[in-house]
Write a protein that binds this ligand. Structure first.
Ligand SMILES: Cc1cc2nc3c(=O)[nH]c(=O)nc-3n(C[C@H](O)[C@H](O)[C@H](O)COP(=O)(O)O)c2cc1C
Length: 269
């Protein structure tokens, strides 16, 4: 019987191809097996970000001060799909699977924004987005809306939370951005984020009026109630954040929905 030449070219190729096949099967198998876990982690992360923006979960905490888990806290919210143009709820949307950001990239599910309209540099805006509402006996306690807009280096993605009066900001937090740590990256600084709490979002005419300023107006003035400190050395990020907050709370964002919610309450949006 002919003896196998281990060092032959054919044998080397065979071993290399065999190893490649085994490795690719292991990697693909792991990718498929871990997909559900990745999906769960992504969902958990999204819930954390929504709860943090609403001020119901401290940054880095995994449960509330009174011991409620993320799942328990999030279960107190109702998720609804909203038609941004009409401000009305949309039924029949798979809320788990629907991705507003993906929809914004699809011409059939979004509108193109003119340069005058596009203050947050989005190019397109989805027709349908999601809202997260927490109610109590008296009505809305918190409303959380997804927001995004361009900073200096890229798009900032986050959530804006409003108090039950639907005019006062409860919190703002970003879960993804490309701004420079120490400059625009200070959007993640808990001290700066705290400054959003209690800021007025709409003026008396119902127009979004948040301003990020280097110098605050006198504290007793009306102007001061719409102001948040600008990020020092990060004028572009600051402008981007101001624009994205005002865009998403405005006429082309969730403005029509929020107005309807103020008048009709949660049931009718
Ligand atoms: C390496 C580097 C990174 C920067 N990152 C940011 C940033 O994340 N956000 C921002 O607004 N400006 C950033 N800047 C600064 C801007 O280029 C610009 O100078 C600044 O926004 C002006 O802010 P000021 O008017 O408050 O000084 C960066 C500059 C450099 C050199």
């Amino acid at each position: 019987m002919a003896k196998l030449d281990k060092d032959s070219l054919g044998n080397t190729f065979f071993i290399a191809i065999f190893l490649c096949l085994v490795c690719s099967i292991i990697v693909s198998g792991l990718a498929v097996a871990l997909k559900p876990i990745q999906k769960l982690n992504k969902e958990l992360d999204q819930k954390k970000n929504i709860l943090r923006a609403a001020g119901l979960l401290a940054s880095n905490a995994t449960e509330s001060a009174d011991g409620k888990s993320i799942e328990q806290l999030f279960a107190e919210f109702t998720v609804r799909a909203v038609n941004l143009e009409t401000g009305e709820y949309v039924d029949g949307v798979d809320l788990q699977a629907y991705d507003p950001i993906k929809a914004a990239g699809d011409a059939a599910q979004s509108i193109s924004l003119s340069s005058d309209e596009d203050i947050a540099t989005l190019r397109r805006r989805e027709n349908v987005s999601l809202v997260y509402i927490k109610t109590n006996g008296a009505g809305v306690e918190k409303l959380v809306i997804p927001v995004r807009g361009y900073g200096l280096w890229g798009t900032l993605y986050g959530y804006l939370a409003l108090d039950g009066d639907l005019s006062t900001i409860s919190g703002l937090g970003f879960y993804s951005h490309k701004e420079t740590p120490g400059l625009g990256g200070e959007v993640d600084n808990p001290k700066w984020k705290q400054r959003w709490q209690g800021v007025r979002l709409y003026d008396d005419l119902g127009d979004p009026s948040v301003r990020l300023v280097k110098q605050r107006s006198p504290s007793a003035s009306t102007a001061a109630s719409y102001e948040v400190d600008a990020l020092s050395g990060a004028t572009f990020t600051t402008r981007g954040v101001e624009n994205l907050v005002n865009f998403w709370s405005g006429e082309l964002g969730f403005g029509p929905y929020i107005q309807k919610l103020k008048i009709n309450g949660v049931a009718q949006g």
